[in-house]
Design a protein around this ligand. Sequence first.
Ligand SMILES: NC(=O)c1ccc[n+]([C@@H]2O[C@H](COP(=O)([O-])OP(=O)(O)OC[C@H]3O[C@@H](n4cnc5c(N)ncnc54)[C@H](O)[C@@H]3O)[C@@H](O)[C@H]2O)c1
Length: 503
Amino acid sequence: MLAESLNLEFINLDTEIEEFTGMSIAQIMAEWGESGFRDVEAAALKRVVKASDKVIALGGGSLLRAQNRTRAEANGAVIYLETKFKVLMARLLKDEVNDRPLLTGELESQLATVLDRRAEHYQSFDLRVSTNDKAPAIIVRDIKFLLGRFYVRGMGAGYDILVQRDGFDSLPELLRTRELGAPVCIITDENVASFYGDRILTVLRHAGFGYAHPHMVTLPAGEEQKNLDSINKLWRRFIAAGMDRKSTVLAFGGGVIGDMSGFAAATFMRGLPWINVPTTLLAMVDAAIGGKTGIDLPEGKNLIGSFHPPRLVLINPQLLATLPMSEIRSGMAEVLKHGIIANAELFAQCAKGFEAIKPALPEIVCRALAVKVEVIEKDPFEQNIRAALNLGHTVGHAVELVSGFKIKHGEAVAIGLIAEARLAERLGVAQRGLPKEIEEALRNNGLPTEIPQQFAREDLIHAMLMDKKKAAGVVRFALPVKIGEVQVGVAVNNLNQVFEAQK
Ligand SMILES: NC(=O)c1ccc[n+]([C@@H]2O[C@H](COP(=O)([O-])OP(=O)(O)OC[C@H]3O[C@@H](n4cnc5c(N)ncnc54)[C@H](O)[C@@H]3O)[C@@H](O)[C@H]2O)c1
């Protein structure tokens, strides 16, 4: 299931051994003994463990030999599936035939002996996932959180999302294995360039091959840059850099840079491949995932755009160390949004405020982005359920627009989340008390909770009607039902109701 979910090849080491020898494991054990079996196993492991990515199911004793363990760990991550004795017993008793050579005889005592002998070995693995009473799908999800690896299907060819520390060092290899060609054009903004521009350029230059001469376009920072003038600049720079359909656009920045780079890539020569290396929390958990690209018009946000999925999203949470606290807060609004949509546990974790989850940031990033991945896989082109991701955004985009983009996207989403929760309560969609719960979580994260009084209702209503999510004049909201559940397509004919629902 893990291999399927990550779009990787799957190898079961026992099957590999049986196919290679033409004998069953039980036969090998009977004829050659455990030590003979371990020799064949070591040879099989050597054959299958190679640099290319795959999922390998190891036998419980495969890594007892130090040489095997070193080989496996040098080539990838080893996950130990931790399971209680009682659960293992129950599973074994379900087997119709006991064909496990090491567990012949009295099952309970045999199992206890084997586990006892291997206890220290099993305890020594750092990457552990407990399985016990969890459904297989949940175990797979937990392994993906631990690995920081996801695969997004549904739009185009599908792509990996990798959450890893050495974000840049592995870049050339990741480009090469995806056959992403040179020249590479890095698009970034002035802030990101000042912190990390040299580092990313150096990595590519040292990579040699075609990547040794990367181009970098540094745009001024800010939402007001997300317009056609910037796209025009990018197109012209692509021409100057000699880019063609085999070249690679690399978005390196927050959601503004990602949206624009993707759109410039989508439209230049009818589509260049691109990858996204997001640098803000908001972009890591939301904007970088899903293939939506675009720019704003003075009349509204994201009115021009296209679906053009990246070929890879490479996330390094360590880049958040330089992100101003106001931007972290903004990202937390989207993290909380994802919790409200589909992960009550994530919401509860984050409701206490950013300081409480700071040590677990990489894991939070994984959990939050996983919500988006699940939603967009079900509905890549926003025919129905993907609209859930617009939670808080109908009011949020209007607030952002009316503020002249002075209010940050995430702050506007926070205002939208609570305003729409109050609307949902008023319409009888939300459970009573939900707005209070959301308000508290937003406050704990230093986020605003009220529509600024100075904003005229007519302006906000006009902005909501302009929002691209309206169909045939009716504004359809995604509204929260409770933490972890959202109802999409709730038609609201009279937008005054939004304001009447507020405090
Ligand atoms: N395509 C989508 O599906 C999608 C989804 C959600 C939001 N968005 C879009 O994302 C945009 C908002 O993105 P954002 O919040 O990332 O804003 P942003 O891109 O403007 O970045 C925020 C600020 O942080 C700075 N910055 C970025 N990374 C930094 C780092 N590591 N260290 C220091 N400074 C850094 C930037 O220079 C900028 O000043 C909006 O335009 C929104 O419409 C798109």
